[in-house]
Write a protein that binds this ligand. Structure first.
Ligand code: M6R
Length: 610
């Protein structure tokens, strides 16, 4: 939800800001803007539309010239439509202070009314504009002091970048509940919402924490707490490089990320399984005794991560005998949830910045829960508020539709359930050896499935014009049905619904006719026959089925020729195996419909607003 970038140094800031905005565009892409601080004045260009529209607008601005200080923004509209005026940066009355903001100022109406009474003139409908005017209100010749004072009045969430024409040697940033990193360079420094925006220039970063304010000059970085006291921060080194955040020859990030799944799983296997079968989950931060005391587990997540959580429930309950509840983060916190003395919350999030999940985790912690997170982004807000953290290390996921993060989250949930079961003495050695052997075969199996992509592409071509899709699965693959449907709807805009196949007769069966495409997930399993009965019921009503089945299943051919065969694996691992063809199916349907696969309408990669 919005990306911010800032540069101060010796170089020309403009190309650095635009490059950073391209890397951040996944966070919001309905408008964008930049501000350059030059010759004691601020030069601003803002445009609704994509970064390319901003770049076109900049081409017509011959007056911009070179500046060594600037800020930029890519927007996902919350307050006010995506227009040129509502695009960031926003300025104060004198156009001397410019601000870019990611987050939501919850009390902006109250602040705006007060400032209007005091004579301030507003131009946009945004909540963000109040920040510039509030700083102006408190400015008495020292930007740092004015920012410190102004942000005390802001309620809600923010990562902000600020420049002033009066102090063109300074870039100021502040954070509360929205991501912000500082890039540490030589004779130059950066701020950004996410690391890929600055990785081309530096691998040294400082993660800014809530309540902190950063004052950057070209050759110094000062971090202050909310009282203005200087604090010492650690400088971390990023271990991955910019190519991880590029398309590397693929037409879309989503396709690249689907193809990365075998590698991501191999990496999880090699880093988490030592020797033949020892599982290492050090980050969990729970002793064997504490694990034995766990009374219940609550999994909290949103979207795709929630679907991973649903699979996690099956796994954890089956192996550890601990009762598990799975909750959508945005529902959990408003329900006065019951947390017991030994309740463990598992929060799952690719970005670690999802506002709903962060708020739910805070609620759970305030009620005494121990929180373990499964998260992809190192140093994210979620990682920092959790008691234990299991990183998926899947590398940056840029496509808005989550793919590799999902299979990586699943992989961690398998390992976590085996790990807890073992600590509780519930996993026999022989069973564990078998499970780990199967688990280790997954990268190769996924590689085999990727080889089938041309067939899936053809299938996509035949199903473009269906007005809606139903996805059905049972047991462990009910979440797969939900995830397949989510992938299709979010990138192709075709209405799609996921259902437990057994529930079909309780309602959705009324939808079935020859115009309905029904994707059935029917791998080899203990409930295979039940799934076949459901498929029979759909065919009897002329529904057009596409089936995901296990190689060698000839029986299934009596229903349709539209079968995606996946290699045989123990049914326990079928959620990882079955989801990949569904990701590809959604991808190719969206591509054939000429949809913007990586940046679907109305969405943003990390949802940092509640
Ligand atoms: O970063 P998170 O995993 O917390 O994000 C949660 C959801 O916003 C995310 O999974 C979303 O549903 C994706 N667009 C799904 O593809």
């Amino acid at each position: 939800m919005c990306g911010i970038i800032g540069y101060i140094g010796k170089k020309n800031a403009l190309p650095i800001l635009l490059d950073g905005l391209r890397q951040l565009e996944y966070r919001g892409y309905d408008s964008a803007g930049i501000c350059l601080a030059k010759d004691a004045s601020l030069k601003i260009v803002k445009r609704s539309g994509k970064i390319k529209d901003l770049i076109n607008a900049i081409k017509n601005r011959k007056d911009l010239g070179q500046a060594n200080l600037g800020i930029g923004h890519s927007r996902w509209a919350t307050h006010g439509a995506p227009t040129n005026i509502n695009a960031h940066p926003h300025t104060d009355c004198s156009n001397g202070i410019a601000v870019v903001h990611n987050g939501i100022i919850e009390n902006f109406v109250e602040i705006k009314e007060r400032l209007i009474r005091e004579g301030h003139k507003f131009t946009s409908e945004t909540d963000s504009e109040v920040i510039a005017h509030l700083i102006e209100e408190y400015y008495t010749g020292d930007l740092e002091k004015a920012v410190l004072k102004a942000i005390k009045y802001l309620k809600g969430s923010f990562a902000i970048g600020i420049v002033s024409s009066n102090e063109p040697d300074k870039l100021i940033a502040a954070r509360k509940e929205s991501p912000l990193v500082v890039g540490v360079g030589k004779d130059e420094n950066f701020i950004a919402s996410d690391i890929p925006a600055i990785l081309r220039y530096t691998k040294k970063v400082i993660y800014v924490d809530d309540g902190e304010i950063v004052v950057l000059k070209k050759d110094s970085i000062k971090v202050l707490d909310s009282n203005g006291k200087v604090i010492k921060k650690r400088v971390d080194t990023i271990k991955w490089n910019i190519s991880s955040a590029q398309k590397s020859g693929f037409t879309h990030f989503m396709l690249k990320e689907i193809h990365e799944q075998p590698r991501v799983l191999s990496q999880i296997i090699s880093s988490r399984i030592k020797g033949s079968s020892a599982i290492e989950l050090d980050g969990i931060n729970l002793s064997g005794a504490a694990i034995k005391r766990i009374s219940n587990i609550i999994i909290l997540a949103c979207g795709t991560a929630y679907h991973a959580g649903l699979v996690g429930k099956y796994l954890i309950e089956r192996f550890t005998k601990i009762p598990v509840a799975v909750d959508v983060s945005s529902e959990f916190r408003y329900r006065k949830p019951i947390i017991r003395k030994n309740t463990v919350v598992i929060a799952i999030s690719q970005s670690g910045e999802t506002a709903d999940t962060l708020a739910a985790v805070k609620e759970a912690k305030s009620r005494g829960a121990t929180v373990i997170s499964i998260c992809n982004v190192v140093g994210s807000s979620l990682a920092r508020v959790s008691d234990g953290i299991l990183y998926t290390y899947a590398g940056p996921e840029i496509g808005v539709a989550s793919t590799k993060a999902y299979t990586a989250q699943l992989a961690m949930l398998y390992l976590l359930s085996f790990y807890i079961a073992e600590k509780k003495g519930l996993l026999r050695k022989r069973v564990k050896r078998f499970l780990i052997k199967e688990f280790k075969s997954l990268p190769e199996i996924l590689q085999e499935i990727l080889k089938k992509k041309e067939g899936i592409k053809k299938l996509a071509g035949k199903h473009l014009n269906f007005g809606s899709f139903l996805y059905l699965g049972r047991n462990l693959n009910f979440p797969t049905a939900l995830e397949g449907a989510l992938k299709l709807k979010e990138i192709s805009y075709i209405p799609a619904e996921g259902y437990p196949a057994g529930e079909m007769k309780h309602g959705p069966i009324a939808l079935i006719d020859e115009y309905r495409a029904v994707v059935c997930i029917a791998p080899d399993s203990a409930i295979y026959e039940k799934m076949v009965s459901n498929i029979q019921e759909i065919c009897a009503r002329m529904g057009k089925v596409i089936i995901v089945a296990t190689e060698g299943d000839k029986e299934i051919r009596r229903f349709t020729g539209e079968i995606i065969y996946v290699p045989k694996t123990d049914e326990l691992f079928s959620p990882i195996v079955s989801v990949v063809p569904l990701q590809l199916l959604a991808y190719y349907i969206a591509v054939k419909k000429c949809c913007d696969v990586d940046q679907p309408r109305n969405l943003a990669k990390s949802v940092t607003v509640e």
